[in-house]
Design a protein around this ligand. Structure first.
Ligand SMILES: Nc1ncnc2c1ncn2[C@@H]1O[C@H](COP(=O)(O)OP(=O)(O)O)[C@@H](O)[C@H]1O
Ligand SMILES: [Mg+2]
Length: 318
């Protein structure tokens, strides 16, 4: 097949989460070439997309656009334009991407459908805050932006102050979610509107974690290889065999999510588990797909090579 790998436009001095897109784009290109495809690669720009497609004439686009002008909320411009131009593309559709990009909106839809998600509170009213600990996080961005050792706070005044502080530092919208002390699972899902394949379930463990540090996969743990959080968050597999009842609950939640949001392509759902009850933190459409990312690790656990995974994503789009 003739395939165009489309990625975000990333400034050379952009943050590590943006550089990751370029690493993924190159890895995907190489994998597709090894699978016998003719592949080109380009950065997405709304104003030149039509001309680019005309010039390259691909049969399909492998979409790795994670944001526009550094804003994740604008990423859906790529699938929206591609579908308007009648071009087949991999991954989530624009509507599902827009919806799931907004964490409070996603949580409201999950809760209305009876799928468990932790309690939350949004400005300006901040209703529902009580004596429980809350984590203050970005409503519209991912990549653990703003999640450091001080992001878990208690008390309405402290929560509001933290949200204001994050706004000053990062801009954007911030909200508070009940902090779920407990285990963390990341589930990698692959499929289309007809079928869903759940890859082996990954648990993120917090190994030898300092007692005074919140047990979260914060910004350092995700992006700074030199940080202690990075070294002490360790992925493990095996819940399906070891705890089948818990695995069944995680699976049922993923099936519910897949249908509820009309998901397609590759998606990762993040969970926390307290008292054996999984609760959905967020849905990541088109999550990081670099060879060292969680999605590729789950595929490998399933016995798929990286190249097989990339090919499966192409097939899911066809
Ligand atoms: N309500 C919560 N309770 C406990 N930990 C949380 C909660 N929300 C987020 N976290 C921690 O922060 C990490 C990042 O949060 P998440 O909602 O997945 O946003 P993103 O990955 O898009 O930045 C999670 O992987 C988890 O470790
Ligand atoms: Mg996450």
């Amino acid at each position: 097949m003739k395939i165009l790998v489309l990625h975000s436009e990333v400034p050379a001095d952009g943050p590590p989460e943006d550089q990751d897109t370029l690493i993924a784009a190159e890895a995907v290109r190489a994998a597709l070439v090894r699978k016998g495809n003719t592949v080109s690669k380009a950065a997405f720009r709304a104003d030149t997309l039509a001309a680019l497609l005309n010039e390259q004439a691909p049969e399909m686009v492998f979409n790795l656009v994670e944001g526009v002008d550094g804003k994740g909320i604008l990423a859906s411009a790529a699938p929206r334009l591609l579908s308007q131009l009648g071009m087949a593309f991999s991954g989530v559709r624009a509507e599902a991407m827009d919806f799931t990009c907004d964490k409070p909106q996603t949580k409201a839809k999950l809760r209305a459908a009876g799928l468990a998600t932790p309690d939350w509170s949004t400005p300006p009213d901040w209703t529902g805050l009580d004596e429980r600990a809350f984590i203050v996080k970005a409503a519209l961005e991912d990549g653990s932006i703003g999640l450091d050792d001080d992001c878990v706070v208690t008390g309405a005044a402290a929560i509001k102050a933290r949200a204001e502080d994050c706004f000053r530092r990062f801009g954007g919208a911030w909200f508070a979610e009940e902090y779920v002390e407990g285990r963390e699972f990341n589930l990698s899902l692959l499929g289309n509107l007809q079928s869903l394949h759940i890859l082996p379930m990954a648990e993120m463990t917090f190994a030898d974690w300092p007692t005074d540090k919140p047990r979260i996969v914060g910004y350092g743990a995700k992006w700074d290889e030199g940080s202690s959080g990075y070294r002490h968050t360790v992925r493990r597999f095996g819940v399906e065999n070891e705890e089948p009842a818990l695995a069944a609950k995680l699976k049922a939640a993923c099936e519910g999510v897949w249908k509820l949001f009309d998901l397609t392509g590759f998606v990762r759902v993040d969970f926390r588990v307290r008292a054996s009850q999984p609760s959905i933190l967020e849905i990541n459409p088109n999550p990081g797909i670099a060879p060292d990312a969680g999605f590729a690790a789950a595929a490998q656990e399933a016995g798929m090579t990286y190249d097989d995974l990339i090919e499966a994503i192409v097939k899911a789009a066809a």
